[in-house]
Design a protein around this ligand. Structure first.
Ligand SMILES: Cc1cc2nc3c(=O)[nH]c(=O)nc-3n(C[C@H](O)[C@H](O)[C@H](O)COP(=O)(O)OP(=O)(O)OC[C@H]3O[C@@H](n4cnc5c(N)ncnc54)[C@H](O)[C@@H]3O)c2cc1C
Length: 536
């Protein structure tokens, strides 16, 4: 297979580095790019180091055989009006990023032999639920109220992360009133207080794949955050998800910063109890007293920092409190007809074996021949009005499904494209199984697929720099949300964190994490005027 030629960023070479940077960012995902871009707006010269051949992290796209796919962006919410999310995207991209709305029915849930859906617009969402569950009107109204109640608390939860430890102590009484009361409860527990209708609970949790945990394990706060995020529908970046990084990078370059690809950091250097820079895989050292890791908690504390430093600053006891999210499979499909010719929808499909999502996960983990607990199907070329200009006469489909990392553990450390026959056979088997889910819903596609490839958790590790093929970094358990060390500040002077592990997953979650890290680094005096420019 030929590597993709769709590349954003500039190839790293030691001679291309500036003499001095104000900050080094590890990882060019949405968290890293947002932090770098906002610091650049404050006049900082920032160097972003990305191990992959293209920038963007999970927002990157790739092309092969005349098709183009996104790897970690299927829909973004909250960008159809002048919301805070939209204003931040506009600011970071200098208004270059454009959004195409999906169909009003943005998510469709196949739950066993029943079909439910989510409709764009708060009132439409509510009314549509009532149409599907006419006996549950009061439960649905209470659910809508809970979503509203939780939104103010979310800001308190996020802002708490920016405070210094002594400020957190002072603010604790205020925060305890402000933080949502369901913050540390699981989704199923909260929803089962509203209704006994398991189909309604299944419909409300139909997006559990957006955070990677079924309702009895997930945090209600994250559930509510995602439900609210998509309440006004789903949107797709016009031109493909790689447009996100492409449109942000000029902001970083303007004051002299850089975004380098093929730039793997192997060590965060700590000298005399203080961060001193990073060491690259070619042995070159970049000196800098401010290092921001957007590479994820697992990579940072269990890979990049020396073990003795992790122990010295007390992180060894903290790491067992968090665990990686589900590993995943993806199928990238190409068809030699347009989305319109094939009648592909601008609606995501979520396919479940039944309404007990937790049991389906347990059954599947225990026995791999059981049905996949969730299969997600997206039709990116139908969502992107510009796709046909770039790839005329073609269409794409993507399928995502969970898979235990252990299935692929024996191929750890192997090279992409050279994993041998057994691996290829296993991939083929999984690919064929997952394609049947697509044909079951759209039988007209059988025999019309021109090309497809299967990506496994090892592909995710290889290209996206993960350790266990994680969908969303750390798992979104209630325990994770109680980890006060997951935020921009670390105990190691000069080391900062950003990205999905410090707040929540999602492109917007990582972007907001970038904003919080900038706030913590620059301080409110510098940040307030910048935020005024962003939010007007
Ligand atoms: C299949 C899938 C579908 C998704 N769909 C959606 C969706 O529809 N909508 C949505 O909002 N979110 C979606 N997400 C989630 C979203 O993409 C992520 O939560 C978000 O992009 C994470 O951003 P980040 O910056 O925290 O991490 P990442 O984007 O993962 O960036 C981290 C970067 O660090 C780099 N890195 C790691 N180690 C090193 C090192 N040692 N040296 C240099 N670089 C390093 C990695 O290569 C990577 O580029 C999806 C994710 C997946 C996997």
């Amino acid at each position: 297979m030929k590597p993709s030629t769709l590349r954003i960023g500039y190839r790293y070479r030691p001679r291309r580095l500036a003499k001095k940077y104000d900050a080094v960012v590890i990882g060019s995902g949405m968290g890293g790019l947002t932090t770098a871009a906002l610091l650049s707006e404050l006049g900082w010269k920032v160097c972003v180091l990305e191990q992959h051949y293209t920038a963007g992290g999970y927002t990157h796209s790739y092309e092969r055989n005349g098709y183009e796919w996104d790897v970690g962006v299927h829909y973004i919410g909250d960008v159809g009006a002048a919301t805070r999310t939209r204003k931040m995207f506009d600011f970071l991209s200098d208004n270059k990023l454009k959004w195409a709305p999906m169909a009003d029915e943005y998510d469709r849930f196949y739950v066993g032999d029943k079909t439910f859906n989510a409709m764009a617009g708060k009132q439409e969402f509510r009314d549509n639920l009532v149409r599907q569950f006419p006996n549950e009107e009061s439960a649905i109204d209470r659910y809508m109220e809970l979503l509203s109640e939780i939104s103010g608390g979310l800001s308190a939860y996020a802002m708490d992360k920016v405070l210094k430890p002594w400020q957190q102590k002072l603010a604790a009484p205020y925060m305890s009133i402000k933080k949502p009361k369901h913050l540390y409860r699981n989704t199923y527990e909260v929803l089962s207080e509203l209704t006994d209708d398991q189909d309604l609970i299944a419909t409300l949790c139909g997006q559990w794949g957006d955070m990677g945990l079924p309702p009895k394990q997930s945090s209600f706060m994250v559930h509510a955050m995602i439900a609210r995020h998509y309440l006004y529908g789903g949107f797709y970046p016009v031109g493909g998800s790689w447009k996100i990084a492409e449109s942000i990078i000029p902001k970083i370059q303007k004051p002299g910063g850089d975004v380098f690809t093929y730039a793997e950091v192997t060590r965060i250097l700590v000298e005399g109890g203080q961060v001193a820079g990073v060491e690259m895989s070619d042995g070159h050292k970049i000196e800098c007293g401010c290092v921001i890791s957007s590479a994820g908690v697992a990579n940072t504390f269990a890979g990049l920092l020396p073990e003795e430093v992790v122990a010295e600053f007390g992180y060894q006891q903290k790491l067992p409190n968090v665990r990686p999210s589900f590993a995943h499979l993806r199928i990238y499909i190409g068809l030699k007809h347009t989305a319109a010719e094939l009648g592909l929808p601008r609606t995501n499909f979520w396919i479940y074996p039944g309404n007990d999502y937790d049991k389906a996960v347990d059954d599947f983990i225990a026995d791999k021949s059981m049905e996949f607990p969730v299969v997600y199907i997206s039709f990116p070329s139908a969502k992107d009005p510009d796709y046909e200009n770039r790839h005329p006469g073609t269409a794409t489909i993507e399928i995502v499904a969970p898979a235990p990392y252990e299935w692929f553990e024996s191929w750890e450390g192997s090279t992409w494209g050279k994993r041998g026959e057994e691996y290829e056979k296993f991939k083929k088997e999984l690919g064929e199984r997952l394609l049947e889910y697509l044909y079951a819903k759209l039988p007209r596609l059988r025999g019309r697929i021109d090309y497809y490839e299967v990506s496994t958790p090892q592909s995710t590790n290889w290209f996206s720099g993960y350790q266990r093929g994680e969908l969303y970094g750390l798992d979104h358990t209630t325990e994770r949300l109680q980890q006060d060390w997951l935020g921009p500040r670390t105990r190691i002077p000069g080391l900062w964190l950003t990205g999905q592990d410090t707040l929540t997953c999602g492109v917007t979650g990582a972007m907001m994490a970038g904003m919080l890290t900038t706030m913590a680094l620059a301080g409110m005096r510098k940040m307030t005027p910048l935020l005024k420019r962003v939010y007007g």
